[in-house]
Design a binder for this molecule. Structure first.
Ligand SMILES: [Zn+2]
Ligand SMILES: [Zn+2]
Length: 246
């Protein structure tokens, strides 16, 4: 199997270290035919800002992406986002009218975010960062996390869920089932160590499709999906199961 697209790359617009152009040039060097620029939505933060300045910035990204798409005919350049879940009823940090302008909508269940309200913060951040790690209410938290993700899938048209299960416990079988119904692809993320063979097998049983994502935060990491490819091959996935390999 050979990678032909990387849909998960970050740039200076969020907390990546390189420009859009630098990501594209590495993708071309590595023989990719498609690349998406998918910076973090505006709710990403730790002490400082991690995501794009505001949602409108994604439209600036799109303009730049379109310019490079014309400039580099050898590769298709897509404008995307890795949006954050900011409420338990499944709201994202990017409004729908902006999502509609983008070519790829990725959603990541992140814990370093500014939640929509205090209660959302308790259920999304506190439960996963502290309560779950103390091994309290784990079943309940897993159920709740899964429910939140499913709310997102029902609220928006999404292409990819990034690193499902990373730092946030979910019921993979249930999520995969809904993802299949909604035509959403699950990512096997190459940067975060979290992607067990067991999770992939469970999702395959439900008929899930996958994408291999580099989650590059620097240009040289674009297209670097070796770890994801390895686990995909161990499980016996083929190009039929993975949308960005041939
Ligand atoms: Zn992420
Ligand atoms: Zn990412």
């Amino acid at each position: 199997m050979q990678l032909y697209a990387d849909y998960h790359t970050h740039t200076l617009y969020s907390h990546g270290t390189g420009s859009i152009r630098a990501n594209i040039e590495v993708a071309i060097e590595k023989g990719l035919k498609e690349i998406a620029i998918s910076d973090h939505g505006p709710a990403s933060r730790s002490i400082g800002r991690l995501g794009v300045r505001d949602s409108a910035t994604l439209l600036e990204v799109k303009k730049e992406v379109d310019k490079y798409d014309r400039l580099y005919p050898e590769i298709k350049v897509l404008a995307g986002v890795e949006a954050n879940i900011i409420s338990i009823d499944g709201k994202l940090d990017v409004p729908e009218f902006i999502l509609k302008e983008l070519d790829k909508v990725l959603v990541g269940f992140h814990l370093f975010i500014k939640p929509a309200s205090f209660r959302d913060g308790v259920e999304i951040i506190l439960n996963n960062v502290i309560v779950d790690k103390l091994k309290i209410n784990q079943e309940q938290i897993r159920y709740r996390n899964t429910e939140i993700l499913i709310n997102v899938l029902n609220n928006y048209d999404i292409d990819i869920i990034t690193h499902p299960g990373y730092r946030v416990d979910i019921d993979t079988k249930t999520l995969a089932k809904v993802a299949v119904e909604r035509g959403v692809v699950l990512e096997i993320n190459s940067s975060h160590g979290y992607m067990t063979e067991e999770y992939i097998r469970m999702a395959v049983e439900e008929g899930a499709k996958f994408t291999l994502g580099s989650d590059a935060h620097s240009p040289e990491k674009v297209g670097a999906v070796e770890a994801a490819m390895l686990v995909a091959q161990k499980v016996g996935l083929t190009a039929e199961d993975i949308i960005n390999v041939c």
